[in-house]
Design a protein around this ligand. Structure first.
Ligand code: FE2
Length: 256
């Protein structure tokens, strides 16, 4: 998720400087049990309420295997497929670093998992959000290319002092987007797919607005990261949003 203020220090650092060993062996028995509990609960909760590419990704990446996934195991499947790989980070990375990673097909995943007593409350996205929410979609070829392109757009937008433009595209598609599939409203975004409370809310609540996704609307729609969204953007289809974002140049983004 994107919620960082970039400091002067960050500007002199490369994305590689934020990568840490996952230390998979240091996850405790209870950590693995928490993953299993979250995974089983969320798969059951989502059912078919999520785009089919997400469910395909869960299968392809063998995420139903018990315990916290190790990044090497994920990468052994993901990298040959779409060129993407995961790296472990200790927490949120600055937007500039995050977009630089995306532009090189690198996705940062937290090297920690929430505590059992905080199953539904997260101060920072943990490896369940990152690995369950995001990584399945990166096994989808067109989506994977879109995510890389958002990294390029973000890097260019930040350089122009307009980082929020790319952050909003990311937010309203990759994190909290909805999409139609065979006429039905489905979850697209990782923030929804990995959320116990907001996944059903986003689809079923009559207290929120749902408007058609367009890059222009996304860029001009602020978001909040401290509460459920008051508004969701709905892609006509996953493919149409991929095509629209891929067609956007950094120059065009700055003019929206
Ligand atoms: Fe996220």
């Amino acid at each position: 998720m994107l919620q960082h203020v970039i400091t002067r220090d960050d500007r002199t650092r490369r994305w590689e400087d934020y990568v840490v060993p996952q230390n998979w062996g240091s996850f405790t028995k209870d950590d693995h049990a928490v993953w299993d509990l979250l995974f089983a609960r969320q798969v059951d909760l989502l059912g078919s309420r999520v785009v089919s590419a997400f469910l395909d990704g869960i299968d392809l990446l063998k995420l139903s295997h018990p315990g916290v996934p190790d990044v090497e195991g994920l990468n052994a499947i993901l990298e040959p497929r779409t060129g993407w790989r995961t790296v472990a980070v200790p927490g949120l990375v600055p937007d500039e670093i995050f977009f630089a990673m995306l532009s090189e097909r690198v996705f940062p995943v937290g090297n920690f998992i929430r505590a059992r007593k905080q199953l539904d409350y997260l101060e920072a996205p943990d490896c369940f959000h990152d690995m369950f929410g995001h990584i399945p979609m990166l096994a989808h070829h067109q989506y994977a290319e879109m995510a890389r392109h958002i990294g390029e757009l973000g890097t260019a937008a930040i350089a122009a002092g307009e980082g929020h433009r790319a952050a909003r595209i990311y937010w309203h598609s990759v994190e909290f987007g909805l999409a139609r599939e065979h006429g039905e409203l489905k979850i697209l975004g990782a923030g929804l797919a990995s959320s116990f409370g907001e996944s059903h809310f986003s689809l079923e609540s009559d207290k929120v607005e749902r408007l058609p996704f367009s890059v222009g609307r996304a860029v001009n729609t602020p978001y909040r990261h401290d509460a459920f969204q008051p508004l969701y953007l709905v892609s006509e289809s996953l493919e149409s949003t991929v095509d629209e974002i891929l067609a956007m140049t950094p120059e065009e983004l700055l003019e929206l």
